[in-house]
Design a protein. Structure first.
Length: 178
């Protein structure tokens, strides 16, 4: 099932918001409280948030759609680093990378990462940062397979609850993993 990847446009904000909410719920149901999930998605994944990223010339949102019907099934957001520790010139943050469970095992995660790395390099960035819930072992293992290393720890608030996160970084020189 090779999904289609494309740079998001202004009209894609609702689709990005939808897949953001669904993928966050799928990923964290049973790990985070329901109230915290709803509050986080409401505040951090509203269509207006995605519209701002799409309109921002230093950010790139990529939408992945299913080959049968073009339903949104994954996405990434590259943007200015925020709350990921020490920032150096040339840094960009992979603020979001999610896929729906229907796309797991298809290579979509690696394809989205490769696209994010290519886009970051095209913007002239030399290092990519990202934050992840420390207990999200699946995601941590994925990032490590993609060449990322832990560079810091942070506290991250989801809804009303603070969690321990890891901050990963990867140099953007050389070829991408995948």
């Amino acid at each position: 099932m090779p999904c289609r990847l494309r740079r998001a446009e202004a009209g894609d904000a609702p689709a990005l918001s939808l897949v953001a909410a669904a993928s966050f719920l799928e990923t964290f149901a049973g790990t985070l409280s329901g109230d915290d999930i709803v509050a986080h998605v409401t505040n951090k994944s509203a269509p207006a948030m995605f519209a701002r990223w799409i309109a921002d010339p230093v950010s790139i949102a990529t939408l992945a759609t299913h080959p049968d019907g073009d339903a949104p099934v994954g996405y990434t957001v590259l943007t200015t680093p925020d709350a990921v520790g020490d920032i150096m010139p040339g840094d960009i943050e992979l603020r979001r990378i999610y896929t729906l469970s229907t796309a797991r095992g298809t290579g979509l995660g690696s394809a989205l990462m490769d696209r994010a790395i290519t886009d970051a390099r095209a913007l002239g960035h030399t290092r990519m940062l990202l934050g992840v819930l420390a207990t999200n072992h699946r995601a941590c293992a994925f990032y490590e397979r993609q060449g990322f290393s832990v560079v810091a720890d942070r506290r991250f608030k989801v809804g009303a609850t603070w969690h321990d996160d890891r901050v990963y970084a990867r140099a953007l020189t050389g070829s991408s993993s995948g």
